[in-house]
Ligand binder design. Structure first.
Ligand code: ARG
Length: 459
């Protein structure tokens, strides 16, 4: 049975099953660096404010640094029966320093301690995720630059709709990921306030300096209210929302890649290093990575619901329910990192089968709007032009032709406004080139989108 630091008012030792149930070290152990970082700032402040002696403060800081080095090197292993990472490190410090170690927790509670640890931990994770998503956006911009002339069909209702280019399509994702980067910045800014010094919930009677610890830890300022300081987990929810959106974008993209890999589309071919085979069907090459990303999106969304449900009924201030925040947000963070890391090399090594894209684009009457627009430019009202073109499409389907191969006589039979130049107007390359409107698929317009993205990315 473990000897608890808070055992003073208890006459019995904690039951082993309860201890195992209560313990969070299995999942909060990963915050040991940040716990020590927070404790060093706290000990520095205690020394500077004369709450503990300078000598004690220095000894504690030294002791904490020693523990950090020993955990880093593997010399000191986390004890799985410890209550949590905070208790483990404090106990180890006291083991090493004796009474001096017992002074570290003066004017602090695990409630403000854990709140500061999670913020420090997630701040580092957000930076990593930011860099990864940025790398993904850069990769996509570079690919888009190669494909400003690669004709493909754009879809609505998964039916071929109007001509675009593969570059135009890729840039749509770039702008989603740019918004994600913006959201990550927003979350970082809003969460960068320091709860340390809030105590258990009601501050402290010691004359502490909260500005100093906030500054030492790189926070913008101390959190203005101690109850909010210990019980706020909004930043976990906000971050998880952002992560869910990143996953949503990856998942939509994955769904398209899954379709594009099928024989029905065959728009792309994944590199062999980024696909998998079947144990029974020798011909199979499966896009497992993208399917896993699509699957994991549900899991990250689940983490968001876990956090929201955990918080919704909690009275102020700290409640143990809040220990459940970590597994959820860590799971979301871990999985997003895994997904983006795997997605980048997969997408940058895939082969784009331009011919197949072009052929599919040629078979869906995606130039029908352009055919109608041709008549409009010759003076016909759009609704009449639309109707005539619809009739022509029906004729093509009946005769097994396309608008490109339908004889001019059939056109002229509908209206004398048609001339031989209609074939030029409905040529797919023309259709794309003429869609010069801002945000559109013409090579010119896509190059402008690329320029905007590059400016935002600073490349
Ligand atoms: N392991 C706890 C958590 O993750 C630390 C805070 C414990 N505080 C308390 N009053 N029991 O939330």
């Amino acid at each position: 049975m473990a000897d608890m630091m808070w055992a003073g008012r208890f006459s019995k030792k904690i039951d082993d099953t309860v201890n195992a149930f209560n313990s969070s070290i299995a999942f909060d152990g990963r915050m040991y660096r940040h716990d020590i970082q927070g404790s060093i700032a706290h000990a520095t402040m205690l020394g500077d404010c004369g709450i503990i002696t300078k000598e004690d403060s220095l000894q504690i800081i030294d002791g904490l640094k020693g523990i950090l080095a020993d955990i880093d090197s593997g010399k000191l292993e986390l004890d799985p029966s410890a209550e949590d990472i905070h208790m483990f490190i404090e106990a180890e410090l006291t083991k090493r320093l004796g009474d001096v170690g017992k002074r570290l927790h003066t004017s602090r509670s695990r409630n403000d301690q854990v709140a500061v640890d999670i913020r420090l931990y997630l701040r580092d994770e957000i930076q990593e995720i930011y860099d990864l998503v940025k790398k993904l956006a850069v990769t996509l911009v570079e690919m888009a630059e190669q494909h400003t002339e690669t004709i493909m069909s754009g879809y609505t209702h998964l039916q071929r709709a109007q001509p675009i280019t593969f570059g135009h399509h890729l840039m749509a994702y770039v702008f989603m990921f740019l918004r994600d980067l913006d959201r990550l910045n927003d979350v970082s800014k809003r969460m960068n306030y320091c709860p340390l010094g809030s105590g258990a919930l009601a501050g402290t009677t010691y004359r502490t300096n909260r500005k100093q610890t906030a500054e030492l830890l790189g926070f913008t300022a101390p959190m203005p209210n101690s109850l909010d300081g210990v019980s706020d987990r909004d930043f976990c929810v906000e971050l998880n929302c952002t992560l869910s959106l990143i996953m949503t974008h990856l998942s939509r993209f994955s769904e398209e890649i899954i379709m594009w890999c099928s024989w029905e589309f065959k728009f792309i071919e994944l590199d062999d290093a980024f696909a998998t085979g079947s144990s029974i069907m020798p011909q199979k090459k499966n896009p497992d990575i993208t399917e896993l990303i699509r699957g994991k999106t549900g899991r990250v969304n689940g983490d968001l619901i876990t956090l929201l449900s955990m918080l919704k009924g909690l009275p102020l201030a700290y409640n143990k329910d809040m220990q459940e925040d970590k597994e959820a947000i860590f799971d979301a963070v871990d999985n997003v990192k895994l997904c983006v890391k795997t997605f980048i090399p997969m997408i940058s090594t895939m082969r784009v089968l331009k011919e197949n894209m072009r052929n599919a684009a040629a078979r869906g009457f995606i130039n029908a709007t352009d055919c109608a627009d041709y008549l409009v430019k010759k003076g016909m009202p759009f609704r009449d032009a639309y109707k005539i073109t619809g009739t022509l499409v029906a004729q093509c389907i009946e005769k097994g032709l396309t608008l490109e191969t339908l004889p001019i006589e059939d056109y002229k039979a509908m209206t004398e406004l048609f001339d031989n130049d209609v074939y030029q107007a409905i040529n797919l390359e023309t259709c794309v080139r003429e869609r010069k409107s801002e945000g559109g698929p013409s090579p010119e317009a896509v190059k402008e989108q690329i320029a905007i993205a590059k400016k935002t990315l600073g490349i």
